[in-house]
Ligand binder design. Sequence first.
Ligand code: 48F
Length: 260
Amino acid sequence: MSETVPVCERTITCAVVERGSRFLLELAGGDVIVVGAGPSGLVAGRYLAEKGLKTYILERRLSFGGGIGGGGMLFPRIVVQEPAHEVLRGVGVSREPYSQGVWVADVAESIAKLAAGAVDSGARILLGVSVEDLIVKGSRVCGVVLQWSAVALSGLHVDPLAVECRAVVDCTGHAAEVVSIAAKKNPELKVAVSGERSMDAITAERRTVELTGEVVPGLWVAGMAAAAVGGGPRMGPIFGGMLLSGKKVAEAVAGSLDRG
Ligand code: 48F
């Protein structure tokens, strides 16, 4: 075995800062920003990147997977029904049949492979950043305002940076944070967050996909955020709707940017 290459602190620091800065500069020239690296965001990122769009997924935490990690009340399994199980198959997640058209998948494997699917398609994930506002010009959303999550948690007042893009996709889950910001700060956009309704899994799975789409020019919503915006019910640890919603929003955004 060859000897370990000695690397001094200066080299380590320069490598991190130089290449990390390059990443941030490239982010400023991206096409689509997906907010949230849960199941809907990871799937949206994968399909957007597959369509050749420069796609960035921004995630508040230092990990991805969102609500998948908690499985069902911490039992390490999630349920996925047909035809959404094809989305898991597409990234190599093994699925165990449970009943007719119903599959069960491992939590850790699903997180790892959905994220790898997004990254392998060319989507780039930035962890530890929070979207705290939007760029709004007239009636159009033109980008996001970012802050390091660590700074946001510290309570210090540090001015954020803003990044323009051609489309923003809110995949922030139950709180629909990005659409909520749009609604609260920009009444003229006439967008509202109805709030999610109590559990009804069958209706919720269908409604989540139906409610996926553009809410304001330039601002799209998918996953549980779509249910929250449109007043759909919650569904518990079944993930077919999340996966199909991520796929649907990617196809719709790509179609709209093609036409634009
Ligand atoms: O909550 P999350 O997994 O959303 P999702 O993709 O899936 C919902 C399911 O996990 C589950 C469910 C279905 O069975 O009910 O809850 O709709 O992932 C949302 C991600 O967005 C991040 C958050 O940390 C999480 O990883 N996030 C939320 N707000 C922000 C954010 C923000 N302002 N900036 C950056 N990331």
